[in-house]
Design a protein around this ligand. Structure first.
Ligand SMILES: C[S@@+](CC[C@H](N)C(=O)[O-])C[C@H]1O[C@@H](n2cnc3c(N)ncnc32)[C@H](O)[C@@H]1O
Length: 93
């Protein structure tokens, strides 16, 4: 089971409603969802949400995979990468 499978089956079996991703972060999985929607010529809405505060405090049952605030650091790091890769003079602020 993966994201492609989940979205394609939702569309193939015509489950009613729009698609919502909670915790979209930088949108990597959102791009995949959008591509599958396009593949199915879906006219549904894709709604994306995130607190942009990173991951909350974890509990023991969450395991040791993620740490509090982790994705916030990833987002900042990715923003710095994108900023550094921008051609000189292309600042659109
Ligand atoms: C692992 S990242 C998601 C990665 C994303 N799906 C992608 O493909 O790039 C987890 C995200 O969940 C968000 N998040 C965590 N708890 C949340 C909450 N209660 N409400 C909204 N967003 C939350 C964090 O800010 C973070 O951006």
């Amino acid at each position: 089971m993966n994201m492609y499978h989940l979205v394609s089956q939702t569309l193939a079996y015509q489950v009613e409603g729009d698609l919502v991703e909670v915790c979209c972060n930088t949108g990597q999985s959102a791009v995949l969802i959008a591509k599958v929607m396009r593949e199915f010529a879906s006219t549904r809405e894709l709604q994306l949400y995130d607190s942009f505060a990173g991951l909350p405090l974890t509990k023991a049952e969450d395991g040791m995979v993620y740490k509090e605030g982790e994705s916030r650091r990833l987002r900042r790091h990715r923003a710095q990468q994108l900023s550094a890769a921008r051609p000189e003079g292309s600042d659109n602020t």
